[in-house]
Design a protein around this ligand. Structure first.
Ligand code: ADP
Ligand code: ZN
Length: 729
């Protein structure tokens, strides 16, 4: 046994390497846990994070290298944060150091110390603004900036988030003498502007407030427009009073400048930090550091922000908790909603999961009384009622480019009433298939098991699963016949058809092709607000978060694909998607109508949808899942292997499966080909581990990691991943 001198201290350090271990280093002085340090690693100098002290290093002391430098004078990371990341690595079976590093803003990965955020100058309109004319409603971004400046002090960064050209506007306002400035928010002066909550909202928020400072998970189930956001605000207000921080997670698509403006308007003089990939790198780092040092009171972000270090967490809100974007589908495959629950528990604070169509997992937990169910049943604005949903059977009917006569009639009526129609189709491009009329050959992507989608405007075929694009061949690649035709409908084709059918209607198409640049969407949105659009054609991008005052008719064509899909989660996703789109109709004072075309109008999913009855749908889906032993009854972990050659991927998993002795109650199934076999030229095999007992399930796969690591030496060109609680199979 070597002798330890007093001056030798040992630390386990996390490094950004794909290894399931920490590394031991020494230093002459004590270092606070959570410090970033510069260390030698191999022949390089890299960044590490000090995770724990090590009093009994297992390696020879003279082999232990020294930490060269402590990078930050005060650590950015708290012990609570360290345990969160450690838990994440353990639960998602991901290399520990990589887990730490994949949660960090870019600058913190670098091997140098960082500048702490300066206090930014804050701007607000003074009284002179009352003599000025506000921007018109259709200049939405500018109006948001104007309102924010009217209601509270905001920084330049915040202003830019609201309007990209904010800098020049601020200059203009300043020259006109309309602005007051100051350095710091006066937190004792923050204000809360709110609506008077209705009885349901009061009951819901009171239930949470009764459990402030203790862990409890609430499921806030409220139809679209029922005022969930106002309930969140009431809770946020209460938690700020407790001098604690609020972490609010939103799906990527909902974290808009408009939402930020709404928060800003509600909480003037509060310090709000937005964490979003759309804000600048430096701003993001500043916001992260302000969350960590306690300056930021309300932290709003997308899934990655669950990993923000927080000084004093008092409440977590996960809005649209069912949304798939909370699950990361590459590298560290975590689910931010699930981690949020863990984090709330660790911090003894309440967590609120909100949705109009909760995930079946959460609904199940509420039924089991693990979560407390809070319900909002009515729309908050009394004049706005839920739209009527009509099912239009397409059985034995002639369709015109996908449209039934009934739907076309209704669109015509809506046009003559001068009200807005939304035509929803979750499939962009002109046509999903190009087929040879002679031999029946379908043109597929060379790299994926998917059809090439025809984009007419650009005259190209595109794969929607990889980057692959090609010109339209002039003859069938298989038989040489020149009669190729397009089958099926996409948004582009609908647009053309509706143009021909309703020649005077003003039509706009919104999908990821037409709004590739950010301003394109702002322009269309302003046109809509300005009553310059009669028909909007759109994919899922349109289904969420946006309010269109004049929208009274929503038509949904072509939904049946998901009813009988191989993916057991498809009906759940379809129901929630259709509720979302339907929720767009009649948001304001206009009575809304939704027409859904289907071959199967009697399907229980549609019957529940028609009644806006999520609980009925959930009950029927849950009983199906429970009887089949699917999640949430059982839990799953999968190991996926991908290779150019499926046989190799399969052989790898087979060898792995044979080398594992599962714990009792754990079933191993496979290897099987994945539903979508090939993506980006890699063929994919999957091995399932299933059990009702999470502990035993984890133990089994954890033990498999050693085998995986040694086996991979014989399969150098193969890539494997572990996915815990997977969505895609
Ligand atoms: P949700 O988040 O459930 O979709 P919101 O909180 O966005 O609903 O509320 C929908 C609309 O109703 C918003 O325009 C909001 O301002 C309004 N609203 C919500 N609660 C109230 C209330 N208590 N009184 C008046 N208007 C309300
Ligand atoms: Zn492809």
């Amino acid at each position: 046994m070597t002798h330890l001198t007093e001056s030798q201290l040992f630390f386990d350090v996390a490094v950004d390497k794909p290894l399931y271990q920490l590394f031991t280093y020494q230093y002459l002085k004590d270092i606070p846990l959570g410090s970033r340090v510069s260390i030698p690693f191999g022949s390089k100098k890299i960044t590490g994070i000090v995770i724990q002290k090590n009093t009994h290093p297992k390696i020879a002391l003279n082999k232990i290298k020294s930490i060269e430098q402590v990078l930050d004078p005060t650590p950015i990371f708290t012990s609570e944060w360290i345990s969160l990341i450690q838990f994440t690595a353990t639960y998602y079976l991901y290399p520990i150091g990589q887990t730490f590093f994949s949660t960090l803003p870019v600058d913190l990965k670098q091997n140098k110390s960082i500048q702490h955020p300066k206090k930014p100058l804050l701007y607000q309109f003074n009284a002179k603004i009352n003599d000025e004319k506000p921007p018109q409603a259709r200049h939405q971004a500018l109006l948001a900036l104007w309102n924010a400046l009217k209601n509270s002090f905001i920084s330049l960064d915040e202003a830019i988030y609201l309007h990209p050209n904010a800098k020049s506007y601020l200059k203009k306002y300043q020259t006109k003498g309309l602005l007051d400035t100051k350095i710091e928010n006066n937190l004792s002066q923050w204000q809360y502007r709110t609506k008077t909550l209705n009885q349901e909202q009061k009951t819901a928020s009171q239930a949470v407030i009764n459990h402030i400072n203790q862990f409890k998970c609430f499921l806030l189930f409220g139809i679209t427009g029922s005022g969930k956001t106002e309930v969140y605000f009431e809770l946020i207000n209460r938690v700020i009073q407790e001098k604690k921080q609020i972490l609010m997670l939103l799906p990527v698509i909902n974290l808009t400048p408009q939402f930020f403006a709404r928060v800003k308007e509600t909480f003037s003089e509060a310090n709000i930090a937005v964490l979003h990939s759309k804000i600048s790198k430096r701003q993001r780092l500043d916001n992260y550091l302000n969350a960590s040092n306690g300056t930021a009171q309300i932290i709003i972000g997308t899934r990655l922000s669950i990993f923000t270090p927080l000084k004093n967490l008092g409440l977590i809100i996960v809005d649209e908790e069912h949304d798939d974007s909370f699950k990361q589908e590459n590298d560290l495959r975590y689910n931010a909603r699930d981690l949020a629950i863990w984090r709330a528990q660790k911090n003894d604070c309440p967590i609120v999961l909100g949705s109009a169509t909760p995930s079946l997992e959460s609904w199940y937990n509420a039924c089991q009384k693990k979560y407390t169910l809070l319900t909002l049943t009515n729309r908050a604005i009394s004049q706005s009622t839920l739209p009527e949903i009509h099912l239009i059977s397409t059985k034995n009917k002639i369709l015109h480019e996908g449209f039934s006569d009934e739907v076309l009639d209704q669109i015509q009526k809506n046009l003559s009433k001068k009200e807005l129609t939304l035509v929803y189709l979750n499939r962009r491009g002109y046509a999903p298939t190009i087929v040879c009329l002679d031999c029946g050959h379908v043109i597929e992507c060379d790299y994926c098991s998917a059809k090439m989608v025809y984009h007419k405007q650009q005259q190209r075929l595109k794969c929607h699963h990889c980057e692959h694009e090609q010109k339209i061949p002039c003859a069938c690649p298989k038989c040489g016949n020149q009669d190729l035709t397009s089958l099926g409908i996409g948004t582009e084709r609908i647009e053309q058809f509706l143009h021909d059918f309703f020649p005077t209607a003003r039509i706009a198409r919104v999908d990821s092709d037409t709004i590739a640049n950010k301003n394109a969407w702002t322009d269309i949105y302003e046109n809509v607000l300005n009553d310059e659009i009669d028909i909007l054609i759109g994919t899922q991008i349109l289904a969420k978060g946006h309010d269109f005052k004049n929208l009274s008719l929503v038509t949904v064509i072509h939904t049946d694909g998901s009813l009988f899909s191989a993916d057991y989660r498809a009906p759940e996703k379809l129901f929630s998607e259709l509720m979302q789109v339907s929720g767009r109709a009649g948001r304001d004072r206009t009575k809304g109508q939704v027409l859904i075309q289907t071959q199967f109008p009697d399907h229980p999913l549609f019957q529940a949808l028609k009644k806006h009855n999520y609980p009925e749908f959930a009950e029927q889906q849950l009983s199906e899942r429970l009887s089949l032993g699917f999640p949430p009854k059982s839990h799953r972990i999968v190991i996926k292997a991908e290779h150019i050659d499926f046989n190799i991927a399969e052989a790898f998993l087979k060898e792995l499966a044979e080398s594992i002795i599962p714990e009792p109650e754990v079933t191993i199934i496979g290897p099987l080909p994945m539903t979508m076999l090939k993506v980006a030229n890699r063929e994919r095999a999957i091995l399932y581990f299933e059990s009702e007992n999470r502990g035993l399930l984890h133990q089994t796969v954890k033990k498999a990691i050693a085998q995986l690591l040694s086996l991979q030496n014989n399969y150098r060109t193969l890539k494997w991943t572990i996915d815990v609680d997977p969505n895609e199979t």
